[in-house]
Each structure stands twice: as structure tokens, then as C-alpha cells.
Design a protein around this ligand. Structure first.
Ligand code: ADP
Length: 155
């Protein structure tokens, strides 16, 4: 069984994340959305809420599972029997950020391959970081996030 882990913070989950998962579905038998806990990050939304959103969005898609993890991504992959790490690339900045992580992960776990999908043109400027700023200032991010996500003040 071809299993991929799609690791991230998903703070919040966006249409860009949905797009990567949807496009990766034909490539894998199972995609585990892994909500990581990066000790150096302060999250805007509690992990329970992020998990609930993503599970709700994919409740009818049997190939998608949502799990939280606190370990290294490669250890989570081994634990789940996943041979692939799925990531999205929006820009050369993403690429330069991802490259050393992918190299280091492949040193640590040679059997786990990182697979990148180029962000769709339509979503390539959607970023959780920007959405968090808008949300913090009371702005409306509805057009950038899936319909199932309830945010304070959402129309
Ligand atoms: P992290 O904190 O690990 O960067 P994110 O939740 O920001 O987690 O992103 C998870 C993954 O989704 C990353 O591979 C990121 O590049 C990708 N991603 C984020 N936004 C988009 C988007 N708009 N289009 C495609 N990929 C995206």
C-alpha cells in the first residue's frame, strides 16, 4: 500500500492544502494528514480544532486520515508505514526551505521519499501565515479556506 504523510501546521487549513491533497489522491492509496507540533511555533488555533476541520472536510474520502504527531516527521512515517512525505511548493522560497529538510530526512530515513507538488496557480499565493494576520485583525478570509471551517466572524 502506497502511503504518504502530508505534514504541516495547517494553522489554519486553506484551499491550497485541499488542492495538494486532492491532486495527490490518485498517486497514493492513503494520505495521512499529519498535524505536527513544532516546539518553536505558537499556534493560533488549537490542534483539536485543526484536526476537527480537516477530518470534517475529508469525511467522505476514505483514503484520507488525519493524525497528530509530536515526533520527527520521519519517525511518524515509520510508525505509520508511510514511504512518502508529501509537500507543496509555492515558490523558490518554499523550495530553498524544503530542500535541506528533504535531504536531511532522506539521510535519516532512506526509505522515505519526499514528493513535491507545485502549487496550482490559483492557490500559489495562499498562505496560512498571511491568513493568520488577517484573522488577528478581524478580516474575512472566507475565500481562502474550505467551507467546512468555522471561524469567529465568518460570514
Ligand atoms: P508547515 O508549518 O510545515 O510549513 P503549513 O501548514 O504551512 O505547514 O504547510 C503544509 C504544506 O502545505 C507545506 O508543504 C506547504 O508548502 C504546503 N502549502 C501551504 N500552502 C499551500 C498552497 N497555497 N498551495 C500549495 N501548497 C501549500
Amino acid at each position: 500500500m502506497k502511503t504518504a504523510v502530508f505534514p504541516g501546521s495547517f494553522d489554519p487549513f486553506t484551499n491550497g492544502h485541499v488542492d495538494i491533497i486532492s491532486r495527490a489522491l490518485p498517486l497514493f492509496d492513503r494520505i495521512i494528514v499529519g498535524i505536527g507540533n513544532n516546539t518553536s511555533k505558537q499556534y493560533l488555533f488549537p490542534v483539536e480544532e485543526r484536526e476537527r476541520w480537516i477530518s470534517g472536510i475529508f469525511e467522505n474520502e476514505k483514503k484520507v486520515l488525519v493524525k497528530r504527531y509530536n515526533s520527527l516527521t520521519v519517525d511518524f512515517c515509520r510508525q505509520e508505514g508511510a514511504g512518502y512525505i508529501l509537500r507543496g511548493l509555492r515558490s523558490s522560497i518554499d523550495f530553498e526551505y524544503e530542500r535541506p529538510i528533504a535531504h536531511t530526512n532522506s539521510r535519516m530515513a532512506p526509505g522515505v521519499e519526499t514528493v513535491f507538488l507545485i502549487a496550482s496557480e490559483k492557490f500559489s499565493s495562499v498562505s496560512s501565515t498571511i491568513l493568520r494576520e488577517i484573522i488577528r485583525h478581524g478580516g474575512d478570509v472566507s475565500e481562502f479556506i474550505p467551507k467546512g471551517i468555522i471561524l469567529p466572524g465568518r460570514k
